[in-house]
Design a protein around this ligand. Structure first.
Ligand SMILES: *Cc1c(COP(=O)(O)O)cnc(C)c1O
Ligand code: SF4
Length: 443
């Protein structure tokens, strides 16, 4: 019995099975269940037994931050959308009509923000490489076709179209050979970021099939391999007691042995995720291979919208040997309205948190918007004789020349995303808009 508690077997709950879990069923009212069902028809829903048994505090529903993060709330753009689905459910609408309605709403939710579909797909020999994105010169993103799911789903996630079966929207590629050719042909690429979904939902064997050809390709300009994952937050047993945890760790060893820098880009949203025995063992095991763990998270209302939470999170991460990396603003898609907070509030939380941290924990940059033009940092608010302005700068951009050139927007305490900002000082456009959107050097 104790053994099974310490080595749980991964179990995912879907919308169909979730209320059969006793803990969940007892903690939720009929209204809460109905709301979860309505939203779950539109946004993908999946929660695993680690999240239910070790992360969520079921005596603190609905306020528990991890509950807010994973159990779809009333998060659609508008109550109109919620009510459309709620009414259809109450009417007992036919499957066909329900699918039609749900797909309509999904399309309204801006499935691929920031021009991902149009701008960032690399081309080689006139052929589009669908499982890749290349936006910033040094770093190519790779979405292994079989890593397009996660151990649990975050309600805010902008990757959700990849989980709900709208096939034409799915970035996916089975072929690593094309990736290797592409990297070889672009000598300024230093980083490969393997992402998803969560690539660590794949078995060690499948992961090896993807990674082996890359690390043995002998491409000298490729030096950093990054793996973006939420497994430390949602299923740390992936690194410790899972059937092929050892195979995964061996693969990390092999990457290191080939003289790559390996960085696990871990997505942690709340300090709770750092406090279980399972995650601590997993972190120690990864670090033992020589790999670094860098951490990132969006800042979300109802989940982590206070300086205390970020201070605590970054402190504990540093103590565990992780490197704080990015604080993101939630993207302009899907569930944004429910979780969004103003740029001003996010900035204040970032600054207040940094003010309480030593330099070791101040390595995270933020708050950052991953916008069409690039990663835009809200650097501060400046008080000028004419009023307040936002000071902004690119941390990454399609055009590397835009970097580190501060630019300015009218202060706006309601703005939650870049597109609601206007240039300061009466300028008609931001400096980078004058030449039009230029593609990164990806030809
Ligand atoms: C964030 C991001 C990267 C990586 O940027 P770093 O600042 O190097 O971490 C690469 N490509 C895309 C499209 C990104 O959004
Ligand atoms: S773990 Fe990442 S990719 Fe997966 S649902 Fe959450 S935010 Fe999206």
């Amino acid at each position: 019995m104790l053994g099974s508690l310490m080595h749980p077997k991964y179990q995912a709950y879907s919308l169909k099975t979730i209320f059969k879990n006793e803990k969940v069923s007892r903690a939720l009212s009929a209204d809460q269940k109905f709301a979860i069902e309505v939203v779950g028809r539109v946004l993908p829903f999946k929660v695993d037994n680690y999240v239910i048994d070790e992360l969520i505090d079921w005596s603190n529903i609905p306020d528990d931050p991890i509950f807010q993060l994973t159990f779809s709330q009333r998060v659609m753009r508008s109550y109109r959308q919620f009510n459309l689905v709620a009414d259809a459910l109450r009417r007992g609408e036919t499957d066909d009509r329900m699918t039609l309605l749900v797909n309509l709403i999904r399309r309204e939710l801006n499935p691929h923000p920031a021009g991902q579909m149009e701008h960032n797909i690399p081309v080689i020999n006139g052929h589009e490489l669908r499982g890749m994105q290349h936006k910033y010169r040094e770093t190519v993103l790779f979405f292994p076709a079989r890593g397009q799911t996660c151990h649990s789903y975050c309600s805010f996630c902008f990757r959700w179209p990849q989980f709900v079966g709208i096939d034409e929207l799915k970035f996916a590629m089975e072929e690593t050979a094309e990736l290797v050719d592409y990297i070889r042909a672009h000598p300024y690429i230093t980083d490969l970021l393997i992402t998803g979904g969560d690539p660590l939902v794949m078995s060690g064997e499948v992961l090896r099939a993807y990674i082996q050809p890359i690390i043995s390709s002998g491409i000298e300009h490729l030096i950093n391999i990054r793996i973006g994952t939420k497994a430390l937050g949602y299923w740390p047993y992936r690194f410790t007691t899972d059937k092929d945890a050892d195979a995964l760790i061996r693969l990390f060893d092999e990457i290191m042995e080939q003289d790559f820098h390996l960085s696990v880009m871990a997505h942690f949203t709340h300090p709770t995720e750092l406090r279980t025995n399972a995650v601590r063992k997993a972190i120690a095991r990864i670090r033992n291979t020589g790999a670094q763990i860098r951490t990132q998270s969006p800042i979300l209302r109802r989940v982590n919208d206070s300086a205390e939470i970020w201070t605590q999170m970054w402190k504990e991460q540093v103590q565990l040997g992780c490197i704080p990396y990015y604080m993101f603003i939630t993207r302009d898609t899907g569930a944004q309205d429910y979780f969004a907070l103003s740029l001003e509030k996010a900035l204040r939380i970032y600054q207040n948190s940094c003010a309480q941290l030593s330099g070791l924990a101040k390595t995270a940059r933020g708050p950052v918007m991953s916008a069409n033009q690039g990663k835009i940092e809200v650097s501060g608010v400046a008080e000028l004789p004419g009023g307040k302005i936002f000071v902004l700068k690119f941390l990454q951009s399609r055009n590397p020349e835009w970097l580190h050139q501060p630019f300015f927007a009218e202060f706006n305490d309601q703005a939650i995303w870049f597109d609601s900002l206007t240039p300061a000082f009466g300028a008609r456009q931001f400096f980078f808009e004058e030449t039009g959107v230029k593609k990164a050097g990806v030809s």
